[in-house]
Design a protein around this ligand. Sequence first.
Ligand code: PEP
Ligand code: MG
Length: 323
Amino acid sequence: LKAEWDKLKHAKTVTADGKHFELAGNIGTPKDLEGVLGHGGEAVGLYRTEFLYMDSPDFPTEDEQFEAYKAVLEGMEGKPVVVRTMDIGGDKELPYLKFPEEMNPFLGYRAIRICLAEDQMFRTQLRALLRASVYGNLRIMFPMIATLAEFREAKALLEEEKAKLVAEGVDVSDDIQVGIMIEIPAAAVIADRFAKEVDFFSIGTNDLIQYTMAADRMNERVSYLYQPYNPAILRLIKNVIDSAHAEGKWAGMCGEMAGDQTAVPLLVGLGLDEFSMSATSILRTRSLMSRLDSKKMTELAEKAITECDTADEVVALVEEYTK
Ligand code: PEP
Ligand code: MG
């Protein structure tokens, strides 16, 4: 096994019949790059920048952020890096950013909702990202987008900061993809509308599953409802991927499901373009994909979506197709 994985470290990710998929790593700090590259990651599919804020006694300055983003972009040597703007709130708190207590923090003031309201903080992050953009292949991603209005507002702030920097004579890349996380069911349902305006989607299944099933991802008493293979979840994922492709855009996934060995055959069948996961799952997933036939997986996914009533039935079907 070790020998096979060593060989796969420098190989492209292809199925048995030669279809290519991109395997990327999730990171929380520039230090995590080592793991992604060491395990043969082809990209960074999710850089969770909130750790920069959480590890700091006060707001990280524009320069501090710039240095972190630059280090990641340079470290990846031109390979794509998807940086997610700050996703604070829910279970992640900042000691220096206090808000009134909420009854349902996961349904409350978090992520892009905070960024659009506290736009000075958000603008600082956007400026740092824009300045770093010339050091690699930067893609910017907004978290917890529910409506097109939110995306348009965030994108407009990005454009404003870009125009200011250019006017100041600062070099900014002209080739930055701007996308969103799909982790709120409303966005998954109208993905066709979003696909006309974004450059890419990355499906955040950790949140998408909890919001779709109305089952807190931390609550053990309802964990039986946290079902990645539920046909309802698969249909949402299919809608997101198909909507992206209809507009010539790409769709990835950066939730835990992307590296889940039962989900991967289904996601290959649904045509997901990019899979982003913890570094330690990359080689296992590349190895699994190399044994899958993509046409057979298309048939599997189609069947799971049209013929299965329950998550258990989906799991049984995956087992039958991957024996
Ligand atoms: C997700 O929701 O799937 C995700 C990747 O974001 P986080 O786990 O940071 O909420
Ligand atoms: Mg999330």
